[in-house]
Design a protein around this ligand. Structure first.
Ligand code: SAH
Length: 351
């Protein structure tokens, strides 16, 4: 009886793209390996129907390890005195793009801490330079919370997409992961504003973050169903040695894969990355992610001398590889599971 209940929930998500909070929490809590395999097959089939065996690549450029925020889980949080701080110059960013463009990247993701140096003026200049040099490329920003006017200016300068994980859709849980000057309310407000402005918008959350429950995860899924982001980034929480969560256990890869599949069924055409954190938690994490419904990978294009300093969590992979090696390695990994990396922009397309 118990089994058929979960299968019913899976079928419901597949057909109406949502379920109740109780159903989602129950499914995540009690799904068996056999049921998870049924879910995986449905998610993979859905991704294949929408994207074929194509995997989009995004070149990740980590522009700054300086951050004014103090998120308890993050290695580059303000109060971590051991963090090595750097910021890239416009020239360095453009040279990452140049390298990336030659390697076939048509999306550049500029990610960083909330670094006051990158004012609207500075960012607009950088975005315009990238767009001018590479008009065939999309620019994605992942620079945290800014005001509506700021998001509008960056959009007008040419930014196409914005990644801002909501981290957790449960207000109480959010407070346990962030200092009092941050709020879920503002995070959500930013996300709705980004969408309204016209960005292809990405939300997302960590799997297995401290104090997370199946109920908070169910809320994350319902928030995703409500916001309907064009992109959704999820990966396991991995502790960082210089944070207060240093002794917390990392998120489970199995649960992360199950969530990728559920998200694929909820939002069949969403752009869903198999994240670096997933690849860090499991040597075959990114391949498994693709087989569970993901369709994006984000190789690192940051200058090699700064890679290790953008340290959000311990033991991050790919800190020593040149961009060219990274892409070759990922391309082979994707081939090994029957997929191929493609070099178009990979914009969101509603089906
Ligand atoms: N400052 C930007 C970029 C944050 S880094 C912003 O606020 O959006 C990108 C993501 O890394 C975060 O949204 C978070 O979900 C994830 N992250 C941070 N610390 C992590 C950790 N210890 N384990 C796994 N993921 C982490």
């Amino acid at each position: 009886m118990k089994n058929s209940e979960n299968l019913k929930i899976i079928e419901k998500i597949e057909s109406v793209h949502t379920a109740s909070e109780e159903e989602l929490a129950r499914l995540l809590k009690s799904i068996t390996d056999e049921e998870a395999e049924i879910l995986r097959k449905k998610a993979q089939k859905t991704a294949l129907e929408h994207f074929g065996n194509r995997v989009y690549i995004r070149g990740l450029i980590e522009i700054s390890s300086i951050c004014k925020n103090d998120c308890y889980y993050c290695g580059i949080r303000r109060s971590n005195k051991n963090a090595v701080r750097y910021r890239l110059t416009e020239e360095q960013i453009l040279s990452c793009c140049e390298k990336g463009h030659k390697l076939g990247f048509r999306t550049f993701v500029l990610q960083g801490g909330e670094d006051a140096f990158f004012t609207d003026e500075v960012m607009c200049g950088i975005i315009k330079s990238i767009k001018q040099a590479y008009p065939d490329c999309a620019v994605t920003l992942s620079l945290g919370e800014r005001g509506t006017e700021s998001y509008e200016r960056l959009f007008d300068a040419g930014a196409d997409r914005y990644l801002l994980r909501h981290e957790t859709a449960d207000g109480e849980h959010y407070k346990k992961l962030h200092p009092p000057d941050m709020s879920l309310e503002n995070r959500k407000k930013c996300l709705f504003e980004l969408k309204r402005i016209g960005y292809q918008t990405g939300a997302g959350f960590m799997v297995g973050s401290p104090f997370q429950t199946y109920e908070t995860l169910a809320r994350d899924l319902l928030f995703i169903a409500e916001l309907k982001p064009q992109m959704c980034g999820i990966g396991p929480f991995i502790s960082h040695r210089d944070t207060i969560f240093k002794d917390e256990k990392s998120g489970e890869v199995r649960l992360c894969l199950i969530l990728l599949s559920v998200i694929r069924l909820m939002l069949p055409d969403v752009l869903l990355p198999a994240t670096t954190a997933l690849g860090t938690a499991d040597g075959k994490g990114r391949e498994k992610g693709i087989l569970h419904g993901a369709n994006v990978v984000m190789p690192n294009l940051s200058p090699i001398e700064h890679r290790a300093d953008y340290s959000l969590y311990d033991n991050k992979i790919c800190t020593g590889d040149e961009a060219a090696e990274c892409i070759k390695c990922l391309s082979n990994r994707m081939k090994s599971v029957g997929y191929r990396i493609v070099t178009d922009r990979g914009d969101y397309r509603e089906s």
